[in-house]
Design a protein around this ligand. Structure first.
Ligand SMILES: Cc1cc2nc3c(=O)[nH]c(=O)nc-3n(C[C@H](O)[C@H](O)[C@H](O)COP(=O)(O)OP(=O)(O)OC[C@H]3O[C@@H](n4cnc5c(N)ncnc54)[C@H](O)[C@@H]3O)c2cc1C
Length: 376
């Protein structure tokens, strides 16, 4: 039986750990914090293939959404998965959010790629689907994207780790990986900040925003562009459940976030963030986002703010995930991606296959970690 260390128990690391355990691998999962408590917790965690730069990236996201359905089917219940569908509409200038691409053109492009979308008029949406939303003007055409939804990231991580434990092959350690030990060029162990040393045959770097730092500590830095994107995310507590769908509105993104809770963010607000931190969110930004939320969903005027956070996603700048082995360090694998919540079950399954058989899924052919080591 082989032993694999998984660094990071976010959406991606937990899914990798489960897929490996299902293949009879002994898995040592190590996380310095709470499983699912970093990017996966603050994420908007929407299942969506909207606004992808290329058909290849669209296909990857679309496959990721479908994989979630199969993945959830492995569990007796999957309360973390919310296939609500989403609603999208543009402002009077014809764009949705800060995208330069006209909204109708984007919807038509997605339809031509086989994404299911239908048009509704706003009055019908208010009558039949989403009474709480205020559309302006009231005749706004609204796109219904029924394949979309959202994921409770920390809830999924917790169930996935429980499932891996129940197979009997998962050990979880709450500590930081300080070093990946390499002997004769091959990965042999993880060294933790609590002094522990865990012998492994292979390691998967699924450390999310810390993945580049973990790779650098191994002497295999990611030299090609790493991008990051920050977002102000507010969770509101409100009586009842005003929202049924994920919303991609002209000035606001919103989704249910569990009973009596709604999560909001806005591309317009995010576009003016300038290095705000958790302790200094910028009062104007918070007020701007709340104003957009109240205009779009008037029932939220009676809500209270539960959490205000800056979420930062870190990912390869070419937009494609980094999944697979690094050819220069046998035994070292990466699982580092943008849209990591959508892609987590797909990456988990396909990377486990790759570790076992060397087979690379056709959608991951351009996703080798080697490409990030070429100087830009
Ligand atoms: C505001 C926002 C909105 C987003 N919206 C979406 C969306 O709608 N849909 C979507 O699919 N994606 C979205 N994303 C991106 C998505 O959330 C991330 O791609 C995904 O959560 C990454 O998961 P992960 O497991 O790679 O990383 P993380 O969840 O960050 O997990 C990494 C784990 O590694 C651990 N770790 C780090 N370093 C070490 C170490 N040295 N030793 C041990 N443990 C370590 C951390 O403690 C952490 O638990 C969004 C992100 C943000 C910030």
């Amino acid at each position: 039986m082989i032993t694999v260390g998984v660094i990071g128990a976010g959406a991606i690391g937990s899914c990798v750990a489960l897929s490996l355990a299902q293949r009879g691998v002994r898995v040592h999962c190590v996380d310095r914090g709470r499983p699912g408590g970093l990017t996966t917790d603050v994420s908007f965690a929407r299942l969506s293939a909207y606004q992808q730069p290329t058909y290849q990236r669209f296909e990857l996201s679309h496959t990721g959404i479908m994989e979630h359905t199969h993945f959830a089917g492995q569990f007796a219940s999957a309360p973390w998965r919310h296939p609500t569908g989403s609603l999208a509409w543009a402002g009077s200038e014809g764009t949705c959010g800060v995208s330069a691409r006209p909204f109708v053109a984007e919807i038509e492009r997605l339809q031509s790629w086989g994404y299911r979308i239908s048009w509704r008029d706003a009055a019908k949406v208010n009558q039949e689907l989403e009474p709480a939303v205020s559309f302006s003007p009231t005749q706004t055409p609204v796109a219904l994207l029924p394949e979309e939804g959202w994921i409770d990231g920390p809830g999924m991580v917790s169930s996935v780790l429980d499932a891996a434990r129940s197979i009997g092959e998962l050990t979880f350690t709450n500590a930081a990986v300080r070093e990946i030990e390499v002997r004769g060029e091959r990965v042999v162990a993880l060294r933790l900040d609590n002094g522990e040393r865990i012998e492994v045959d292979a390691v998967v770097n699924a450390a999310g925003p810390r993945a580049p730092a973990v790779a650098a500590s191994l002497g295999a830095p990611m030299l090609r562009g790493i991008a990051d994107r920050s977002s102000l995310v507010i969770d509101l507590v409100v009586d009842g459940d005003p929202l049924r769908h994920v919303l991609r509105g002209a000035e606001l993104h919103a989704r249910p976030a569990g009973p009596g809770r709604v999560r909001v963010r806005s591309e317009q607000v995010d576009s003016v963030l300038t290095g705000e931190t958790e302790s200094d969110l910028g009062r104007d930004n918070v007020e701007d986002l709340l104003g957009r939320a109240y205009r779009t969903i008037p029932a939220l005027k009676a809500s209270t703010v539960d959490q205000k956070r800056i979420g930062t996603a870190v990912f390869p700048a070419d937009g494609m995930p980094s999944v697979g082995p690094l050819s220069t360090v046998p035994g070292y694998y990466e699982a580092f991606a943008n849209s990591g919540v959508i892609l987590a079950p797909f990456i988990g399954r396909t990377l486990a296959t790759q570790i076992f058989t060397g087979e690379v899924h056709s959608l991951l052919r351009d996703c080798s970690p080697d490409r990030l080591r070429l100087a830009a």
